[in-house]
Design a protein around this ligand. Structure first.
Ligand SMILES: *Cc1c(COP(=O)(O)O)cnc(C)c1O
Length: 428
């Protein structure tokens, strides 16, 4: 038994499923978890001393790679002066100012401790601001695990959502209406049915939690137009896309300005951080300025804020990072696509900038229904054949693959060559 397997056996005695977040159980690829010990740059080492080039990147935060020196130093320096005060600190002001400078349309920001918390707080603020209760989300988009976001579609387009997890009250789910991603006609029908009842539409401006699914041309623009016309707010959940697809986030990248944003992942530099922000009038409903209550003992935590600031400042000061990420992403996507084509394997490689997903399906994926047509058994074989060759991918078909500034062009070349070798050997 490997050390990872031993640890997993013990973990299952004390932790539900042996893990602190379900995807880490590696069940959908029929494997057991890789227990991580150490990370540096693009690499991690597991509990058995095996080295992997890591394309999980902590699921998004590590755009600079593991243990990036400026981030590690910022964490240590901050920790030496006290891990938490429960009082405001200067770094929080710098963080909020930096976000408002980098993201056009964000005028005020509130820090929280996770993406889940950012979304549930933003949704509450949107409801408080508009005085309306319904929220529209898209199937296949993930917005954290709060009750009103763990919702699946009801029987018809315009009907109330149903709980997508045991323990979610039907009443909580009923406040959420679900639409297919990229379905502009569906959104129009939902607005026609609910006219003045919709507080907000929340969307991942690039779907990255069903595998990477791009917004169809005009989709985000239509959401902007329809929400504005109906007096509803548009919320971009940029927990993954924020500071990843560009320094100005997906809103800057696509030139569509929502009313509210949620952030997480990269802005914490690997520590637990989230934030929500937006228009000044909207954010002014948040306590103590306004009537929407939201608080957090560790919000704006000094160590976490230091890690996030060091990450954002590095990204801001080195314009070459995004260029490099785009180049590596393009090379990886086109390289993998040609490998699969050469071997007659049905696959679509999607993504943009530093995000990618290999969908084992015949046609382009523009919604969760399309994504679900993928051959997940084949993905599991692909995953195993890559793990064997020291390449660690997300253990699920419906996740993104994350590149960091630490990945080199030769890492990408190795990945493509490994896929070619595995396909040639009939392992995929
Ligand atoms: C990861 C994620 C979240 C939830 O963030 P947590 O920090 O895991 O709570 C919310 N929205 C999106 C788009 C995410 O990718």
């Amino acid at each position: 038994m490997s050390r990872s397997e031993e640890l997993f056996t013990e973990a299952q005695r004390y932790i539900p499923g042996g893990v602190n977040s379900p995807v880490r159980a590696f069940r959908s690829v029929g494997s057991t978890p890789v227990f991580a010990v150490r990370g540096s740059g693009a690499c991690i080492w597991d509990a058995d001393g095996k080295r992997y080039t890591d394309y999980i990147g902590s699921w998004g935060p590590l755009i600079l790679g593991h243990a990036f020196p400026a981030v590690t130093e910022a964490i240590c320096d901050a920790a030496k002066n006290g891990a938490s005060f429960g009082l405001p600190t200067e770094r929080e002001v710098r963080m909020a100012r930096l976000i408002t400078e980098l993201v056009k349309g964000v005028e005020m920001v509130r820090m929280v401790s996770s993406g889940t918390e950012a979304v549930l707080s933003a949704v509450r603020a949107a409801r408080g601001f508009t005085g309306r209760e319904l929220v529209v989300k898209f199937s296949g988009c993930y917005h954290g695990h709060s009750d009103s976001m763990l919702v699946k579609a009801g029987s018809g387009l315009a009907t109330a959502g149903l709980p997508d997890s045991a323990g979610v009250p039907a009443a909580a789910a009923a406040g959420t209406v679900t639409c297919a991603y990229n379905d502009t006609e569906g959104i129009k029908q939902i607005f026609a049915a609910h006219k003045d009842g919709i507080a907000a539409v929340i969307v991942e401006p690039v779907g990255a939690n069903m595998g990477v699914v791009l917004p169809a041309p005009g989709f985000l623009e239509e959401l902007r137009r329809i929400t504005a016309e109906a007096g509803a707010l548009l919320i971009f959940d940029e927990v993954i896309t924020g500071f990843r697809v560009s320094l100005n986030c997906a809103s800057g990248y696509f030139g569509v300005t929502p009313d509210m944003w949620t952030f997480g992942k990269i802005i914490g530099g690997g520590l637990p951080v989230g934030a929500y922000g937006g228009r000044r009038d909207v954010m002014s409903v948040v306590a103590p300025l306004g009537p929407v209550y939201q608080a957090g003992t560790l919000s704006g935590n000094p160590v976490a804020t230091a890690a996030g600031l060091a990450t954002l400042e590095t990204l801001k000061n080195d314009s070459g990072i995004y260029r490099g990420l785009a180049e590596k992403g393009e090379k990886l996507r086109s390289g993998l696509a040609s490998v699969f084509k050469k071997h007659g394997i049905e696959a679509v490689v999607q993504g943009l900038e530093s995000l990618a997903t290999v969908f084992f399906t015949a046609s382009p994926v523009s919604s969760y229904d399309d994504a679900k047509k993928s051959d997940t058994a084949r993905y599991a074989r692909f995953w195993k054949s890559m793990a064997k060759r020291g390449i660690l991918l997300a253990p699920s078909q419906f996740e993104a693959l994350f590149l960091s500034a630490a990945h080199s062009l030769s890492d990408i070349e190795y990945f493509i060559a490994a896929a070619d070798e595995a396909a040639h050997a009939g392992e995929i």
